[in-house]
Design a binder for this molecule. Structure first.
Ligand SMILES: Cc1cc2nc3c(=O)[nH]c(=O)nc-3n(C[C@H](O)[C@H](O)[C@H](O)COP(=O)(O)OP(=O)(O)OC[C@H]3O[C@@H](n4cnc5c(N)ncnc54)[C@H](O)[C@@H]3O)c2cc1C
Length: 501
């Protein structure tokens, strides 16, 4: 099994020749495209961390035969694995803002379960195809983009009801060698600089949508596959200390009669399993998002504390700053704790891998989706207006204005204006810039809209047992009125006739 370094990953991109357009121009070399550099850097970190001894316990997973692979390319077999995956996404995102590659872990985990389920129930052979694919990504230490969200068109209509039949990815032809697919997937993270895509259905399909019930893997440069991509982060922006180095591209990925051989097809026509597959992916992915956004929270907590110090207000001593720091920590550790709970209460699947508890992972993702806006607001309150008004590096580099800036924008005695301005710029980059807006929207919608999480949480929550409990209790209360006092504090599940009468 290979464990690439960051540089080897960048070089490996030269072996692919994908059809990509960014800002109206065709990309000739992904590895050398400056507009993708922050995104490539972020994924390179996922390779580099796996080589650092102090991080290998969480960055590497050990397979049954004893070989070690990047945990992002491995399945989870225990609560401990889920906890390590959570810590891994937090670590990666604390470095990069968004490490992007964890989507593939979540897609592989979902496919492991649902292909095994289909084989058991429908006598298909998808699980062996999946296992071969898993070995393939592990052997070459690949990064796969995960393409779930279709273009979708009119949201009130199902796939087969759309005016344009290709608004969801569909199978247009099947032959003995494989299938041909057309359609589009939107908002796909990291698409330009991954090796392959794993394609999953975005929703539960009905019988009429059978052509849209499809899941497969495909190299990024397959004939007929085109991407219209956005730059990653804020490349080349002198006011972006973080996102000129680390960022995330997304792309509209279009399939125009793309051939997929059968040995890369994980589901084709089994429409009854599409909802299960979409939900399994969402469950793993929302769990990963919890770790990812905790990493972003860590960065904002550190930067806010330093900003307050540079302002001359020690964050632990000044009461309202301390309260606000406490809020930042409460939010970040609060949603992270649901990720821990989801790991501890996970369940084993028919494939033998473990999935996080779906109520906890959905609730955690919902919490971070909504509370990321509070994190940004509190960081702004702690830091002051300089977050958006700090002079540009170009003005600082002019001698006369540089001196004025150093004189008038200084904060705490013993620190320089430059230190204060650098911290303000970092906070602007993470919370109040175009990139800051990106982090809000990815937190809100990445992994599904908040409503999707509420629906999943309610669907998977054991409402029935809560209702039964209340009805049983009411029966007890009715019986004991004025008679048996013990019954009120009784903890038997069933109403206890003997005691009450
Ligand atoms: C930065 C970023 C990165 C992403 N990366 C990936 C990725 O790598 N892979 C991937 O597959 N996806 C990715 N996504 C997509 C993400 O999963 C979707 O954005 C999310 O599922 C919401 O879908 P949508 O954007 O199409 O919004 P919509 O579905 O259009 O949602 C907009 C609103 O409409 C509501 N709505 C939608 N449909 C209905 C309906 N039928 N009835 C009632 N209300 C409805 C929603 O609840 C929401 O309030 C990414 C998104 C972002 C923002």
């Amino acid at each position: 099994m290979k464990l690439m370094t960051g540089n080897e990953y960048v070089e490996s991109l030269r072996e692919y020749n994908p059809d990509i357009q960014v800002k109206g121009k065709k990309v000739t070399s992904v590895a050398d495209e400056p507009l993708f550099k922050p995104g490539i850097n972020a994924i390179a970190v996922t390779y580099e961390l796996a080589h650092q001894k102090k991080h290998q316990d969480i960055m590497l997973a050990t397979l049954a035969d004893g070989t070690r692979v990047n945990r992002l390319n491995a399945l989870d077999y225990s609560a401990d694995d889920l906890l390590k995956k959570l810590e891994m996404t937090r670590l990666i995102c604390k470095w990069t803002g968004c490490g992007q590659r964890y989507l593939m872990h979540d897609a592989l985990s979902a496919l492991a379960e649902i292909t095994a389920m289909m084989d058991a129930e429908k006598k298909t052979d998808y699980h062996a195809v999946f296992n071969d694919y898993l070995t393939h990504v592990q052997r070459f230490d690949l990064t796969c983009g995960t393409a779930v969200t279709d273009a979708k068109g009119d949201r009130s209509k199902r796939p087969h009801e759309q005016a344009d039949r290709d608004l969801y990815v569909r199978v247009t032809e099947k032959n003995e060698k494989g299938i041909i697919v057309s359609g589009a997937k939107a908002n796909i993270t990291g698409a330009p600089y991954v090796h392959e895509f794993i394609v999953l259905p975005t929703r539960a399909m009905k019988k009429e949508d059978v052509d849209y019930a499809v899941s497969f893997a495909v190299p990024v440069d397959a004939p007929g596959l085109k991407m219209i991509a956005k730059p990653a982060g804020r490349p080349g922006d002198s006011e972006a200390p973080f996102s000129s180095n680390f960022g995330q591209s997304t792309a509209l990925v279009i399939f125009n009669n793309v051939f997929i051989p059968w040995d890369k097809v994980f589901l084709c026509g089994e429409w009854e399993y599409t909802g299960k597959l979409a939900e399994a992916f969402a469950n793993h992915h929302r769990h990963s998002c919890i770790g990812a956004r905790a990493g972003l929270g860590d960065m904002i907590i550190g930067a806010s504390a330093l900003m307050s110090e540079y302002n001359g207000l020690p964050p632990v001593e000044v009461p309202h700053i301390r309260r606000n720091m406490g809020e930042l920590i409460r939010i970040t550790e609060g949603f992270y704790a649901t990720g821990v709970a989801a790991s501890v209460y996970g369940r084993k699947t028919v494939a033998g891998n473990v999935v996080p508890d779906s109520v906890q992972s959905n609730i955690g993702k919902l919490m971070l989706a909504e509370q990321v806006y509070d994190i940004f607001r509190i960081a702004h309150e702690i830091s002051g207006g300089i977050v958006v008004t700090a002079p540009t590096p170009e003005d600082i580099s002019v001698e006369e204005s540089g001196e004025l800036i150093e004189r008038y924008l200084v904060g705490k005695h013993g620190t320089t204006a430059n230190e204060r301005i650098n911290m303000a710029r970092l906070l602007e980059d993470l919370t109040a810039s175009k990139e800051g807006g990106f982090y809000s929207v990815i937190s809100l919608h990445g992994g599904g809209s908040p409503e999707a999480m509420r629906m999943s949480a309610v669907r998977n929550y054991d409402l029935e047992s809560q209702k039964v409990h209340i009805l049983e209790k009411l029966k007890c209360f009715a019986k004991v009125e004025g008679t048996c006092k013990d019954c009120v504090t009784c903890v038997n599940d069933e109403p206890c006739e003997e005691t009450c009468d």
